[in-house]
Write a protein that binds this ligand. Structure first.
Ligand SMILES: Cc1cc2nc3c(=O)[nH]c(=O)nc-3n(C[C@H](O)[C@H](O)[C@H](O)COP(=O)(O)OP(=O)(O)OC[C@H]3O[C@@H](n4cnc5c(N)ncnc54)[C@H](O)[C@@H]3O)c2cc1C
Length: 297
């Protein structure tokens, strides 16, 4: 079994920041992720509010951070964490591939997209349903698509798709958006974006196993080939739910970003907090790491 000082679960912006701080302090750290480094920012077309970059696309920022971890020789291991065993001063991380013994753990497992919950939603992923405009947008070039949601992510990605697609319908269940004014103003002015407010997606219709239409609760039917869903996120805490205290599925931490289990810290989108952004995730990664350094001493 591998032995390290600290396992960081999740190589999103929070986990990579924590790993950089730990490694630079001489801690023997291992980063674990079930996907590609960068997490959610890989699904972000353009970031305009992370200081230091007027504009940067998510995958480039992810790669920049990952390059920095590589330059420090921080080991990156692929695997899905299934559970954590607490042995007091030591913890065992169980992944689908191996077990790793650690003195401390940082949970930075972030969030995953919330689904609409419609019966054929899962079977149509990759056949018209997407949770990532940046990854899949080009597949719908010059076609009519719908974006579902009314927060920053939905509006940001609707604007991105409007540069590629013929028409972007923006379906939101409320009358007003929960998004930054800068996005709202751009949406209102954009000639290719048609707002559908106060309504919800009722049914996704398919033809030859691909999305062909959606019906709305207001009775309208929209002929679209793509449906991009941005209706919120759910924390990735299933592997820790039996060990740590959760609130609404999010990890509860104290001011030091420590969970109820000594030696298990958490940072980024997986914790209960007010603002879910790159800047906050990065800041918490640094704080969690600095507290782990003290804990290990
Ligand atoms: C479409 C979209 C646009 C956005 N735009 C902006 C923006 O413009 N500006 C901004 O500041 N923020 C933006 N955000 C929010 C920002 O991306 C997040 O707040 C931030 O990336 C969270 O980082 P994180 O490291 O906490 O978590 P995540 O990025 O979610 O990373 C968590 C990592 O943990 C891994 N993981 C999860 N569970 C396990 C497990 N069991 N085992 C192993 N690995 C696991 C995942 O694979 C993932 O790589 C946007 C988000 C989205 C979805």
């Amino acid at each position: 079994m591998k032995n390290v000082d600290c396992v960081v679960i999740g190589a999103g912006v929070a986990g990579m920041t924590a790993s950089i701080y730990l490694k630079r302090a001489g801690v023997d750290v291992l980063m674990l992720d079930q996907g590609v480094p960068g997490g959610q920012i890989n699904r972000t077309s353009m970031i305009e509010n992370y200081p230091g970059f007027k504009q940067i696309d998510g995958p480039t920022l992810a790669l920049n951070m990952f390059d920095q971890t590589n330059a420090l020789d921080i080991p990156y291991q692929y695997g899905t964490v299934e559970s954590i065993e607490n042995l007091g001063n030591e913890k065992i991380v169980h992944t689908d591939l191996e077990q790793i013994r650690a003195k401390a753990i940082i949970i930075a497992s972030g969030r995953k997209p919330r689904e609409l919950g419609l019966p054929n939603e899962n079977s149509l992923v990759g056949h018209g349903i997407s949770y990532c405009a940046y990854c899949d947008g080009m597949l719908y070039k010059d076609q009519d698509v719908v974006v579902v949601g009314g927060g920053n992510s939905a509006l940001e990605e609707a604007l991105y798709l409007a540069d590629i697609c013929k028409t972007v319908y923006l379906v939101h269940r409320r009358n007003t958006y929960r998004a930054d004014d800068i996005f709202v103003q751009k949406i209102k002015k954009h000639p290719k974006i048609i707002e559908k407010l106060n309504t919800e997606v009722k049914e996704i219709r398919e033809k030859e196993e691909k999305v062909s239409e959606i019906s709305l609760t207001n009775g309208e039917v929209l002929s679209v080939t793509g449906v991009f869903i941005y209706i919120g996120q759910l924390p990735e805490t299933s592997f820790i739910k039996d060990l740590c205290t959760l609130n609404d599925g999010y990890l509860v931490v104290n001011n030091h970003l420590e969970t109820n289990i000594p030696g298990i810290y958490a940072c980024g989108d997986v914790i209960k907090k007010d603002l879910y952004q790159i800047s906050t995730a990065v800041g918490e990664g640094a704080i969690a790491a600095s507290n782990i350094i003290k804990y290990l001493k």
